[in-house]
Design a protein around this ligand. Sequence first.
Ligand code: M6R
Length: 627
Amino acid sequence: MCGIVGIIGNDNAGYKVLQGLKDLEYRGYDSAGIATIHNDRLGVKKSVGKISVMEDGFLKKPLEGRIGIGHTRWATHGVPSISNAHPHLDCSGRIAVVHNGIIENFVSIQKLLIKEGHKFVSESDTEVLAHLIEKFYKGNIERAVKEALMLVKGTYAIAVICAQEPGKLIIARHQSPLVMGVVKKGSYIIASDITPISKLTKRVIYLSDNEMAVLSMKDYHIVKISDLSRNLVKNIERIDWELGDSEKGKYKHFMLKEINEQPDIVKNIIFSHVIKKKGMIKFGGLESTWRTDNKKEQGKTGMDYLLNVSRIIILGCGTSWHSGLIGEYIIENLVGLPVEVEYASEARYRNLCINKNDMVLAISQSGETADTLMAIKEAKKKGAVTFGLVNVVGSSIAREVSGGIYLHAGPEIGVASTKAFTGQTIILALMAVLLGRHKGKISLERGKKIIKSLEKVPVQMKNIIDNDNSIKLLAKRLAKYNNFLYLGRAYNFPVALEGALKLKEISYIHSEGYPAAEMKHGPIALIDKNMPVVVIATDTEDEIYEKIISNIREIKSRRGIVIAVASEGNRKIRNIVDETIYIPRTDDFLVPILSVIPLQLLAYHIAVKKGCSVDKPRNLAKSVTVE
Ligand code: M6R
């Protein structure tokens, strides 16, 4: 949550910071602010609401300077207001700080600083940082920042500038993401993630926890916060995101663009990992040696671990948790290996029992979700081998785990996750096939058949997306309802959860996902003529299909409106439901990758019809970096 940007060594630093904030707006959009230094003076601009408000003001009266910092806020401490917006300043107005994270002990520090005469103007926890730095400032901003950070507890990624040292940008991180882009010697951009950085440079350095960097118009150095005397040597890495990846292009919203990107992403994933002749799957991330502190385990590859695990524990949040559930069903069915799926936030605070041969798999699009990151750290403390399924390269989770697989789905900007879900699900399905083949649960012949089905999936996805118009018309008819139920069984139960999440987060319509059979244990009481029920009723498994048809009849007996997602060619179902959306046929375990698409489109069109802010829904942020 919250995004920070900083620029040094660029003639148009303020404007560049503004552009960077636009790219980070998906992290929070309650308020924004920019500070630059020009002629040894700090200039500050703040606005409440989206970056467009800031942009209007900025363009009328730009902030000049070759150094600047900026912030886009997702409110944690204090309402969205000008005074709570970052950058926060010290009493003298010489030091400006932007911060992503939470200073947990800010109340006690604030009391102390107030006693010493510091004047606070906001409710924000961040403001203590500015005053604390001021307290320690004796002509060396690097030292003052370090001394301040030694006193704070909590999480932070910060950028600090000081009018008395106008040629220095200080950044530091502890459990909040921060990346530094090297444009050229003496010219740098820093940000919460690589999206704004990739427009200026492809060369980045990922800061680790407790590290601080001092960037100047000549050079930079990186140190441990606890040891300023020793410079750290860190590799410059190359990022491969292209400029267009984070642009909307011809689409009205990022969400629609990302829905449309899914067939290609899934195609790339499938075609880069299948070995047709062998009916086999291969992942580079599993073939490589995994990181470990255990000397006895050094040199082990991901496959060495994976083939010997007795249980996989999947951790994730939101949509990533849903794909984890599908992974559980697929791996248990195809491989017979026990899998548990936990909300990362819950796993962390209960005594999650981790046994010797368990592997903990973190699923996260952003790789920055604080709940998942902390749960992974907890699992590591308990001795677990950890594994990541992450989209953002170099993100905190990707660097925390022993090894893993990247989605390579490109930046997902829309707050509602779409392409990450299908990317995660297809990788979990491929992992199941890989394990099944190695463990003799899937024969060569079956492996080859599965690959044939897999190869058809991208085109099938595209066919559903091409049917967008009929879903749009349906959305128009349904947008007036206030409550929705989503039901599914087996592989389609997590899809029901995902469909309901998509609708509620972007259209603000109350919606719940349930296993279809659970309806009679409570939710059925809600059904009347004003309750649309989206039932995923594909017929790949006969027994399950018959049961779901009974559930549909139960809904119809209570005058509920049934929208069925059905398998192509199933004409009969039209006689018992109100609306039908058809999806192509595939193997049962691949159905979720197809059945989720109409639900993404339905949510999207309902939200558009209601005039909602599709890509930036209220109260949400793309990267949830607070617990
Ligand atoms: O980046 P992550 O996959 O770790 O994010 C987890 C959730 O915050 C995320 O899936 C969220 O639920 C989305 N807004 C759902 O569309």
